[in-house]
Design a protein around this ligand. Structure first.
Ligand code: G1P
Length: 297
């Protein structure tokens, strides 16, 4: 069987309740960090990692995501006619073109959990291991997190590889958390993994963030995976089930991660990217005392 990671699954069906009222009309994956929607960062990361097929697991109410992802030649033509070639070029570069990548949209009609979302993609993945990217977890850095993980995947010897970072003991209830067997450089061999443990029950402070490279056996497990934390079918539980047979390792990525599923994470990401753009220097200067406080938190 091929060991090349050719497919990336993007679970984007969530209702985005934490960002209401903004997400009443706009999918949370299209909320911008300055002018770039979250989903764009995820797409660019997948492209840079050599992904051939992108499977978006969406919701019927979130048609705007598909409109965003696909090329809009009409809009680009109108922009060019108005002399706005530069932004037209950006739109062309951002869109996923069907001659370069397969793009598949499948619907997850009910919010049954991340594991269920991944299962919805089952019939659309190419042979070999699959990547899962949660666009809420923005990871900035070169090379991209998924590129680093795919590079590490083969030599890890583990069938399942998850991106990991240390979090505060008081934060474990927001993450999947690894039970550590051994550390080998940037890889952490795991002997267990639990979804959203209370601080007193957490087996470590090594948390999973939203990048996974998974052995395709995950789909078979997800078919029968009972509901777990929050009454949802958890990807964490299905991965943990295969630890003895398939193997699980955590991967310490080099980039900086922003929790864009939270308002403060979104603000941090915005300030971080604004710092890199001259056009915002005056604005940041105006808010300098406040941004120093934010950075120190
Ligand atoms: C999901 C996963 C969790 C992981 C987290 C990373 O949780 O279930 O294991 O640690 O993403 O962001 P969610 O944030 O969707 O509740």
């Amino acid at each position: 069987m091929s060991s090349k990671v050719r497919t990336a699954i993007f679970p984007v069906a969530g209702l985005g309740t934490r960002f209401l009222p903004a997400t009443k009309g706009t999918p949370k994956e299209l909320l911008p960090v300055i002018d770039t929607p979250l989903i764009q960062f995820a797409i660019d990361e997948a492209r840079a990692a050599g992904i051939e097929r992108m499977v978006f697991v969406s919701h019927p109410s979130k048609g705007a995501i598909e409109s965003y992802v696909r090329d809009d030649t009409e809009l680009r033509r109108t922009l060019c006619e108005k002399g706005k070639e530069k932004i037209a070029e950006t739109l062309h570069a951002n869109a996923v073109h069907t001659q370069d990548h397969d793009v598949v949209f499948v619907m997850q009609d009910e919010p049954l959990g991340l594991g269920h979302a991944v299962l919805c993609a089952r019939d659309h993945v190419l042979e070999g291991p699959v990547a899962v990217i949660l666009p809420d977890d923005l990871i900035l850095g070169e090379p991209g997190c998924l590129s680093e993980m795919i590079e590490a995947y083969g030599r890890s010897g583990a069938g399942h590889l998850v991106a990991t970072m240390e979090v505060g003991r008081d934060e474990t209830a927001s993450y999947g958390v690894l039970e550590i067997a051994a550390r080998e450089g940037r890889l952490t061999r795991a002997k267990g993994m639990v979804e959203k443990p209370a601080p007193e029950d957490a087996p470590s402070r090594l948390a999973v963030v939203g990048r996974y490279v998974l052995d395709p056996a995950i789909f078979e497990r997800l078919e029968t995976q009972p509901a777990g934390a929050g009454g949802e079918i958890q990807l964490t539980d299905a991965i943990a089930h295969g630890i003895d047979t398939i193997g699980l390792a955590g991967f310490t990525f080099s980039g900086e991660r922003f929790d864009c599923g939270s308002k403060s994470g979104m603000l941090r990401a915005t300030l971080h990217l604004a710092r890199g753009r001259d056009e915002f220097r005056d604005v940041l200067d105006d808010f300098a005392p406040a941004s120093v406080v934010l950075a120190a938190e």
